[in-house]
Design a protein around this ligand. Structure first.
Ligand code: SAM
Length: 287
């Protein structure tokens, strides 16, 4: 059975479906317009129960997911949505023991997902230009007990990264295209690069920079999630969905001497495709 521990985040859901993320501490209590709830009514008790405030308002007690925690962070910046964060963890190939760089830290939303993926043996080096954002991120990540696995650094990444041979670099900065030389210096051969950008002109600039750098397997993606109303008798999509968050760009670093292999192969494939198209049009002429 899983029991609520002091210091842990706990998700409370009211009967109307309102969600509250609280951090329980020995001896304290949670104050809301729905009444007071002493933390001792929660600590040491099982998750998955219903508790009542002193006004008799009931709440379901749940263990929050990484997605719940991300949505409830204190924020001073736009944070990356869980749907994009999940894809990034997969495509940047993050797992226990990986060392990775991200910039900027922002409110630490993505740092949370990255750190949970690479801990306890890996490390996240997170760069942020602005003090006030890093302060909020530090607060968010400290409350979740993640700071031992993260180096929070204050720096404009134009000045470069301290680390070398990291497994992955991720950029969530407006002008990601400007920092590709710094990314190349820090990444291990065959390491993964990723970026999130809200507009297509930023993506085009980044693609040009990657094509001019030591990168192959360049991809652009957009993640769309269409929620459905889970009603068996009237199953249909919800009226609303999040239409746009950002474009995800991925690439893999490859040393310049081997890039020619990649380019040759690509050109070869194009030639083959062109050849096939010719054959088809010759056939069309015949019939
Ligand atoms: C959109 S926010 C990042 C949000 C973060 N990924 C999250 O999920 O919470 C972008 C951050 O990048 C920082 N930033 C922008 N340019 C930077 C640079 N050149 N070096 C370091 N940080 C930078 C900004 O100050 C801002 O905090």
């Amino acid at each position: 059975m899983s029991l609520v521990q002091a210091g842990e985040p706990v998700l409370l859901i009211s009967e109307e479906g309102k969600r509250y993320l609280i951090f329980v501490q020995d001896g304290g209590e949670w104050h809301t317009n729905r009444g007071r709830l002493p933390y001792d009514d929660l600590i040491g008790k099982a998750y998955g129960r219903v508790v009542a405030s002193h006004m008799g308002q009931k709440f379901l007690v749940l263990r929050p997911t990484t997605s719940d925690l991300t949505r409830n962070l204190k924020r001073t910046t736009q944070i990356v949505y869980p749907k994009d964060a999940a894809r990034l963890v997969m495509e940047l190939d993050l797992w226990d023991g990986r060392r990775m760089i991200e910039a900027g830290t922002g409110s630490g939303g993505l740092t949370l997902s990255f750190t949970r993926a690479v801990m306890p043996n890996g490390r996240v080096y997170s760069y942020e230009a602005r003090d006030e954002h890093q302060k909020v991120a530090r607060h968010n990540l400290d409350r979740l007990g993640l700071l031992p696995y993260i180096d929070l650094k204050i720096r404009d990444i134009g000045e470069g990264f301290d680390e070398r041979e990291v497994d992955a670099v991720f950029l969530d900065v407006r002008n990601a295209a400007d920092y590709i030389p710094q990314v190349e210096q820090a990444l291990i051969e065959s390491g993964m690069f990723g970026a999130l950008l809200p507009t297509t002109n930023q993506v085009s600039a980044l693609l040009r920079a990657l094509e001019n750098g030591d990168f192959v397997e360049i991809r652009v993606e957009e993640i769309l999630i269409r929620p459905w109303k889970p009603v068996p008798a009237r199953l249909r999509p919800s009226d609303r969905m999040i239409a746009h968050t950002g474009f995800l760009v991925f690439a893999r670093k490859l040393d310049a001497q081997y890039r020619s292999f990649w380019m040759d192969k690509r050109q070869r494939r194009r030639a083959v495709e062109f050849g096939n198209a010719r054959k088809q049009s010759d056939r069309d002429k015949t019939f």
